[in-house]
Design a protein around this ligand. Structure first.
Ligand code: AHR
Length: 669
């Protein structure tokens, strides 16, 4: 998609770092406990999500069948194949003549079992999203719509088996299919001796001749909290471990859509999955919308995180924008309806719909974001569009904080001023290479305090793919230290993208936080850096003053278009600091990044402290090489290690490991 590619390119800057640390006298850090400090927003660290890199389908959304409703197709359905065993013969074809009445299921898959008899089965097979994960002692829920042409019926067998058909891991009778569309469900249970594999497929087969039509063929493994239509447990646990304050959804570009017609239509994501038509997506593949608005909200609830609801604001990725005024009004109403679905009690139209969908209790909603990256819009209509949404939402929901996507700041390199209304927060996005990010880590130290608060709604240090490496994590930690020091202006932040399916073809964005395939998942070093910052957040940001920090020289590469203009080298700090305290726990968290390959000793002075215990804890993320990273094969190569720290006190000296992020936990009890 051209627009998407343009945006992608704009983030991937061709920069090169030549690092030569300059020797300096010993670094000192003074943390001023006599000053009151800044309250830290409990929503400082959250998560951002959208359907990219197979984040939901083929990712968090636990459905294992790919193209379950046959919406991805040319002449043949993608990801489906014909099974014809031992001389059995059949044909398969897509068929639009028999939609399943009362559903969004329009295209079915027909199999003509011409030659089928005991020992000569025929059927259809689906190998999932790069495989179907099989584990021992596991129950899978399979379901499907089916019908036949004849009255006599066709018996079906459902199995999870090896892709070569030789090993059957689990099998069940699917019932005798008759002439009416019906939904069938079976449980497929694996035995204790099954060896874990993803080299498997789901097969629906018969040993009787006849015609059978299928639709919405689904297979779910156990899900988080065993919820039907639920989420993958390992990925849920990774996010819960981060203790996110909020979840920003559903985008990103995904909320905008490729065109106004193909925007994220939340009303089409509600109710039973057979009611959801799905959408073309913005990242080159269709979405089933199995992950609908209610599933996003349940996801928040499961993480104890607040929703940050992004609403479509009349601007799509192909550049279309809906004119302000009458034409925009239905979209404003759609956003009001959406907020009502989230927050309304059961006496409201959309609150009642939510109750019908299974969640009578309203969700708490404090933040609504109007659009996404509207600074890219050529026609520059955001001021008017924002105003129309702002006024309508503010009138009906005066307590909700409104987030604008631009406010005349130059983070996009493009100006779109909001002159008519003042949002509560502005969403800024930063995708940097690590040196660029470290160079900009102090950006909020000198940021104007007069405007709205900042929501860093997308950010990442970008190095290492498909998930980022330790160098990127060091830069991320440097940037987060800057957020914490400036807790008075930075209210929220969330890294992007969150997820990537690491299989070939699974990735659309090069640098991501958490990677997975069908069987397992891993966090990048950046994931662990965020987990450390979020788990040791505290409620007050303390003033930190560092001196004699050694610098490294960073030489940017010239841009390809202007190779003659080599930008001047920059001096970038090698260490970064922030300090917060938790009044509740009586602890101080000193966060220190050492971005170079030598240990660095720092003299720490906790000025004004009454008591600091000599013993504390050090949580350290480091590795030998800054390029080190985690992968499916080595998921824990770079992870934080917790150990006792001694020799601490009101003043102490501490040696920070090469290429490290450290949280020193100091007890004031
Ligand atoms: O995070 C990937 C994309 O980057 C988001 O969808 C978009 O908002 C930004 O351009």
């Amino acid at each position: 998609m051209p627009i998407v590619q343009r945006r992608f390119r704009s983030r991937v800057l061709s920069l090169v770092a030549l690092i030569a640390p300059l020797a300096m006298a010993q670094t000192t850090v003074r943390i001023d406990l006599a000053k009151p400090g800044l309250p830290v927003s409990p929503t400082l660290y959250g998560l951002m999500t959208e359907e990219i890199n197979f984040s939901y389908d083929g990712g968090l959304y636990a459905e294992l069948v790919r193209n379950r409703a046959f919406k991805n197709h040319g002449y043949t359905p993608e990801h489906w194949s014909l099974v014809q065993d031992a001389g059995g013969s059949a044909a398969m074809a897509l068929d639009e003549r028999y939609p399943v009445a009362g559903t969004a299921l329009t295209t079915s898959l027909r199999i003509d079992a011409e030659n089928a008899s005991p020992g000569h089965r025929v059927g259809i097979a689906n190998a999932g999203y790069w495989g179907i994960p099989v584990t021992p002692n596991t129950s899978y829920r399979a379901s499907f719509y089916a019908k036949t042409s004849g009255a006599s019926g066709v018996p079906l067998t459902i199995s999870i088996e090896g892709v070569d058909g030789k090993t059957v891991y689990a099998q069940a009778e699917g019932g005798r299919i008759d002439g009416q569309w019906k939904r069938y469900s079976v449980t497929l249970a694996t035995g204790a001796n099954v060896k874990p594999t993803a080299d498997a497929r789901l097969v629906l087969a018969t040993e009787s001749p006849g015609k059978v039509w299928f639709n919405l063929v689904s297979l779910f493994p156990p899900t988080h909290k065993d919820r039907p239509n639920g989420h993958r447990p390992d990925l849920m646990q990774k996010m819960i471990d981060m203790k996110p304050g909020f979840l920003r959804f559903p985008g990103g570009n995904y909320v905008e859509g490729g065109s106004v017609t193909n925007r994220f239509k939340w009303k089409e994501t509600l109710g039973p999955i057979d009611q959801r038509p799905g959408n073309p997506g913005t990242w080159g593949y269709r979405s089933t919308d199995g992950m609908g608005l209610l599933e996003f909200l349940l996801w928040c609830e499961d993480m104890k995180a607040e929703p940050v609801l992004a609403v479509f604001a009349g601007y799509a990725l192909n550049g279309e924008s809906v004119p302000v005024g009458k034409e925009l009004q239905p979209f404003v109403q759609d956003a009001l309806d959406e907020i009502e679905y989230v927050t309304g009690d059961v006496s409201t139209k959309w609150g009642a719909k939510r109750a019908k969908d299974g969640h009578p209790a309203p969700f708490k909603l404090r933040y609504v974001e109007i659009g996404n990256e509207d600074g890219f819009e050529k026609n520059k209509t955001y001021d008017g569009r924002y105003t129309q949404f702002h006024d309508a939402i503010r009138k009906k929901y005066p307590k909700i904080k409104l987030i604008a996507t631009v406010n005349g700041k130059d983070w996009l390199g493009q100006q779109q001023k909001l002159s008519s209304r003042v949002p509560d927060l502005v969403d800024e996005h930063y995708y940097y290479n690590p040196m660029e990010m470290m160079n900009d880590a102090a950006r909020y130290d000198s940021y104007a305090r007069s405007g709205p608060k900042v929501f860093i709604g997308e950010w990442a240090g970008q190095e290492g793919s498909p998930t980022t490496n330790l160098h990127a994590a060091l830069a991320d930690a440097a940037f987060m230290a800057g957020m914490e020091r400036n807790a008075d202006i930075v209210e929220m932040s969330c890294y992007a993208p969150l997820f990537v399916n690491v299989n070939p073809g699974g990735m659309q964005w090069q640098y991501n936080l958490i990677g997975y395939n069908a069987q397992s998942s891993f966090g990048s070093p950046s994931y662990y850096a965020q987990k450390m910052f979020s788990n040791y957040l505290g409620n007050v940001s303390l003033p930190v003053h560092a001196e004699k920090v050694s610098m490294q020289t960073w030489q940017q590469e010239a841009k390809k278009e202007t190779p003659q203009d080599v930008p001047p080298a920059k001096q970038v700090p090698t260490m970064f600091f922030s300090a917060t305290k938790s009044d509740q726990r009586g602890e101080i968290y000193l966060k220190v990044v050492n971005a170079i390959g030598n240990a660095q000793t720092v003299q720490v002075d906790l000025a004004g402290a009454v008591k600091v215990a000599a013993e504390g804890e050090a949580i350290v993320l480091s590795s030998t090489h800054k390029e080190d990273t985690n992968t499916i094969a080595e998921p824990t190569k770079v992870v934080p290690v917790t150990s006792k720290a001694s020799g601490l006190g009101k003043q102490f000296s501490y040696s920070f490991a090469p290429y490290s992020v450290t949280v020193l936990v100091l007890s004031t009890k």
